[in-house]
Design a protein around this ligand. Structure first.
Ligand code: MRU
Length: 309
């Protein structure tokens, strides 16, 4: 399954807002379409956003647009995942934007396969692994980071069970990660976001593997709720791994300076189209949180497993 494809000088994206009900595609013909796709979360997940943004720059180049203006506008689409900024700058500074975007596309797949290979070494036969949000093929070009580790372990014949939490408010765990695991017959169960601490206390989770939107000095930024899972894991001595490519690192920055995206309150007020609180309820809806380094057992990269920075 390819989340992103370059087809007839257009960018073809799986519409992630429709999964698991429908597998449909959205086509971007210009960089403005790409901005809409990123903002509306038709495409989401740090590596996928990065490669999509790279193709957005390629479209701007092919359409004869002002590349500096396009770069700024694409960077303004979402603030937190560093891959977006990394990809736009990389393509902007290249000789041929389309070639560079195509290179990034292939690199993403190769990188995830390498992450899977290294990460699978820490997964034991019989493990039950909790993952949060979606760091799978849908969050990348293909294969995935955290779910890449799981795919690799499964393909080696390890008997593993996956637990996905819902990942409120947008439900990436329930809608996307569960769907991906089911596509490949990898045993998966869904739990409410609030259940992981209890399950760890019962010895029912052996490892946690999540993705990342940004890694810098002091910790990791990932989907809201990651820090609560990490705290529960530390309390119960459950190893907590982050799987991410080196393009997610911002090694000179402090993680605590990251801009955390604040999203529309209706994502919290409504669930499955139904309002779940009194009309007009005020909402706080940060999309990401920060897990400090002391909660992280290791970071699985394409070059091997390293300590948090
Ligand atoms: O808001 P999203 O869905 O773009 O956020 C993505 C995440 O935070 C995921 O947790 C993911 O692990 C990081 S990208 C592989």
């Amino acid at each position: 399954m390819r989340t992103i494809e370059w087809e007839d000088n257009k960018l073809k994206l799986i519409d992630q807002t429709k999964i698991p009900d429908e597998l449909t595609y959205v086509y971007c013909k210009n960089y403005q379409d790409v901005i809409v796709a990123i903002k509306d979360m038709i495409v989401r997940g740090a590596p996928a956003i990065g490669v999509t943004a790279g193709f957005g720059m390629a479209l701007a180049y092919l359409n004869g647009d002002d590349l500096d203006k396009a770069a700024q506008e694409i960077k303004d689409a979402r603030p937190t995942a560093i891959n977006l900024f990394w990809a736009v700058d990389r393509v902007l500074n290249s000789e041929n934007p389309l070639d560079e975007a195509l290179k990034m596309y292939q690199e993403d797949i190769d990188t995830n396969m390498a992450i899977g290979k290294y990460g699978s070494e820490v997964i034991g036969d019989g493990d039950t692994i909790l993952t949060h949000c979606n760091a799978g093929a849908l969050a990348c070009v293909d294969y995935g980071t955290a779910l890449g580790v799981i795919r690799a372990a499964h393909s080696q014949g390890k008997d593993i069970n996956i637990i996905c939490d819902e990942t409120r408010p947008r439900g990436q765990g329930a809608r996307l990660s569960v769907w991906e695991m089911q596509q490949e017959n990898i045993p998966v169960k869904l739990i409410p976001d609030v259940a992981s601490g209890f399950l760890m206390s019962q010895g029912k989770i052996d490892k946690v593997v999540i993705g990342a939107d940004r890694i810098a000095k002091g910790g990791v930024v990932n989907k809201i709720g990651s820090f609560m899972v990490a705290m529960a894991a530390k309390q119960h001595d459950v190893p907590f791994y982050v799987a991410a490519p080196l393009s997610t690192f911002d090694i000179d920055a402090s993680i605590f300076d990251t801009i955390i995206e604040e999203r529309d309150g209706d994502e919290v007020r409504y669930y499955g189209g139904a309002r779940i609180c009194p009309e007009g309820t005020e909402v706080i809806n940060p999309a990401f949180d920060i897990t400090p380094s002391e909660f992280i057992t290791g970071i699985i990269t394409e070059n091997g497993i390293i300590d948090p920075i």
